[in-house]
Design a protein around this ligand. Structure first.
Ligand SMILES: [Zn+2]
Length: 499
């Protein structure tokens, strides 16, 4: 069986996310840039009218340059007359006027409408039941992309086939102990993750249980769904352990043990794949207390919501160290949001997402000179983002960094993904342009470390459907078929530790 991996997507319903953060994000990503674009023209016009002109005229008056003022007045009057004639010619005819006005209106309105349509689409995907959303994703894919039992990508007269699409919905821990500064009377103060986990698990079950009612002629489900648990260590309380004197978060230990303890015995990715395949989601009884290892594949951390990868506070530091050590010992992949954007609930949290912050984790050495977290299985998502920061370059540098001690690459389990970026076809051209700047060996290493991801359903802000996102990836010719196969299959399997 060959799998196509979408290693970065989300499935949530409207009660899960921090809605105020979503609205803020939609405003910041979509509406603010539009407003800003036009407010620049307005600002320039006001500046000229209220400041530049009066200052020039007053200066000329005070210095007695009446002659210059006279000529300026002539010039201004002439421009006004020309402008008047232009307006009369261009808009004098009612029909012409209507055409011109509707042109201006429609370019503006089309943009607003397109944004609104995307936002409505996103809200609908969130509002419907998670199980139904998954069924609709499969329906839409089958309608748009010819799936003759298998998904195929072709290139250079050859093709790669995939029997199933693996989705790894990443849960985000929206539980906020600190809701940040807001002037609102009521705040989002806490939001336990349990309800989200329960709804996601029920949704996955319902996808498998009810897809036959909507999708006929294809008995085998297209998707295999293996979620990532969302963890924000800041939301777990610590107690002092009297025997060791160290503080320990019992609830964090319990959560990890409950969902991942069996991973310890997986000596190979094939073994883990077997155990994961053996999970029968159809039998999930709705109670998350009943689930154990292999329902979740990895862990998602989301710094914009307050998770700090390397906190200064001693108690907080102990919690993240416990998490990282656990992930290394049990071979658990961690995906970390790594772009300056996202659901940023507090400005200070922006730096938490930075690859520089993660470098401190990976490079940490204890008093004996041991570097316990070097081998962390880590995906710095979104390739650092496209918001004009150097994070993408930093991630590439980290991936390519050599270890002077052994001549190998320094961080052997470091990856990045391209989720969300593919809403724009052009992003693949930019990505290949970026990695083509490196020499052949470095380029080959980078290509081995990039994972395909969609960021569905969040990506619906900028694209109309799941199939369109996949289609852009299938169609791009900046990568060879073999390279695409690495992004969506080989690299993902290596990162996820599933063979
Ligand atoms: Zn995401």
């Amino acid at each position: 069986m060959r799998y196509f991996y979408d290693s970065h997507c989300h499935m949530m319903n409207l009660s899960h996310p921090n809605l105020s953060a979503i609205i803020k994000r939609i405003y910041n990503d979509s509406i603010k840039p539009l407003l800003l674009k036009y407010s620049v023209y307005l600002k320039v016009a006001l500046l000229v009218l209220l400041f530049v002109i009066p200052v020039v005229v007053i200066t000329l008056l005070l210095t007695g340059h009446f002659e210059v003022i006279k000529w300026i007045l002539y010039a201004v009057s002439l421009i006004a007359v020309i402008l008047f004639v232009f307006v009369v010619v261009k808009f004098g005819d009612k029909k012409k006027r209507e055409i011109e006005i509707s042109k201006i209106k429609s370019t503006l309105l089309d943009k607003v409408k397109e944004k609104l349509a995307n936002v409505m689409n996103l809200l609908a995907a969130m509002e419907t039941d998670i199980g139904d959303c998954l069924i609709q994703m499969e329906e839409e894919l089958r309608k748009k992309i010819p799936l003759n039992n298998v998904l195929a990508i072709s290139g250079n007269g050859e093709k790669k086939e995939y029997d199933k699409i693996v989705l790894t919905p990443l849960i985000m821990d929206f539980g906020l102990k600190d809701s940040g500064k807001t002037n609102l009377i009521y705040k989002v103060r806490w939001k336990p993750i349990v309800a989200q986990v329960e709804d996601l698990c029920t949704g996955i079950r319902d996808y498998y249980l009810y897809r036959d009612k909507y999708i006929t002629g294809h008995a085998e489900p297209l998707f295999q769904i293996i979620p990532f648990m969302g963890i924000n260590t800041q939301n777990y309380y610590s107690e002092k352990d009297n025997t060791t004197g160290k503080s320990i978060s019992v609830s964090l230990v319990q959560l990890l043990d409950k969902n991942f303890s069996e991973f310890k015995y997986d000596t190979s990715p094939q073994m883990r794949r077997k155990k994961i395949d053996a999970v029968n989601w159809r039998q999930f009884n709705g109670d998350i207390e009943s689930i154990g290892s292999y329902y979740f594949l990895g862990i998602k951390v989301y710094p914009p919501l307050g998770f700090d990868p390397w906190p200064e506070d001693v108690v907080e530091r102990e919690k993240v160290c416990y998490l990282y050590q656990y992930c290394i010992d049990y071979n658990i992949p961690i995906t970390a949001h790594c772009s300056p954007g996202g659901f940023l609930v507090k400005k200070d949290y922006k730096d938490f997402s930075s690859p520089y912050r993660w470098e401190k984790v990976l490079d940490y050495h204890d008093e004996n000179g041991e570097k316990p977290f070097r081998k962390l299985r880590l995906n710095l998502a979104h390739f650092g983002g496209v918001d004009g920061v150097d994070w993408g370059k930093k991630i590439a540098d980290m991936i390519l960094e050599g270890d002077p001690e052994n001549g190998q690459y320094k961080y052997e389990n470091l990856y990045t993904d391209i989720s969300y970026q593919g809403v724009d076809k052009q992003s693949y051209v930019e990505l290949s342009g970026f990695i083509n700047k490196y020499d052949a060996e470095q380029r080959a290493r980078l290509i081995e470390r990039i994972i395909f991801g969609s960021d569905f359903m969040i990506n619906l802000q900028d694209i109309s459907s799941y199939s369109s996102y996949l289609q852009y990836f299938f169609d791009t010719d900046v990568f060879t078929l073999e390279e695409k196969d690495m992004l969506c299959n080989k690299n993902a399997e290596r990162f996820l530790f599933v063979g």
